[in-house]
Design a protein around this ligand. Sequence first.
Ligand SMILES: CC(C)(COP(=O)(O)OP(=O)(O)OC[C@H]1O[C@@H](n2cnc3c(N)ncnc32)[C@H](O)[C@@H]1OP(=O)(O)O)[C@@H](O)C(=O)NCCC(=O)NCCS
Length: 168
Amino acid sequence: MNTISIMLNNIGTFLPSLLPEGVKIRRIESKDLSTVKMLADSRLNEDYSTDLFRFFFENHNGCFLVAEDSYAVIGFVIGIPLDARTLRIVMLAVDDRISGMGLGSSLMDASREYAKDRMMTSIVLEVRAKNDMAFEFYSKRGFKVTGMIPNYYNDKSDAFVMKRFLEM
Ligand SMILES: CC(C)(COP(=O)(O)OP(=O)(O)OC[C@H]1O[C@@H](n2cnc3c(N)ncnc32)[C@H](O)[C@@H]1OP(=O)(O)O)[C@@H](O)C(=O)NCCC(=O)NCCS
């Protein structure tokens, strides 16, 4: 692990973060869509369509970020504005071969910087109520439960709604 800068293409934002060596975070490009879909299929227990990823790419690509090493895309996050002050994290996933090495944290850091650059004041997300690892991950990063949505996922699992206010 070493300290490097993450560059979010085209928006001129740099932030220091701890990332596995050789990994960078950048904005999604159309060539990444199939790998992102594969990552989502393998990590998110949902059957999201290719069209859904294309929709986010075409309409909300500001905070549609991918992490890549020298070979491939190994993680991604999709954040969309819920309103002018709130960024909603729609999906976050990291290749399980690199899980636990800080990449999820770096993707969340990049999303937070994106939101702060736009004067947003909070981030919200939904997390599967039974996804203990992700729940713990978000809780440790300052997210608090603000609600619960029954039968939110395709398999009828409930979701917790979590929110974190951003320090200015
Ligand atoms: C949730 C997720 C994005 C986190 O990404 P990550 O790169 O593993 O996250 P990090 O390495 O930054 O942090 C993981 C935390 O779990 C801990 N951890 C320990 N062993 C671990 C393991 N085998 N795998 C993952 N995390 C582990 C890490 O130490 C770290 O703890 P910390 O908060 O005390 O630092 C990733 O696990 C993932 O893709 N999960 C499947 C998809 C998912 O659940 N997404 C969220 C849906 S809302």
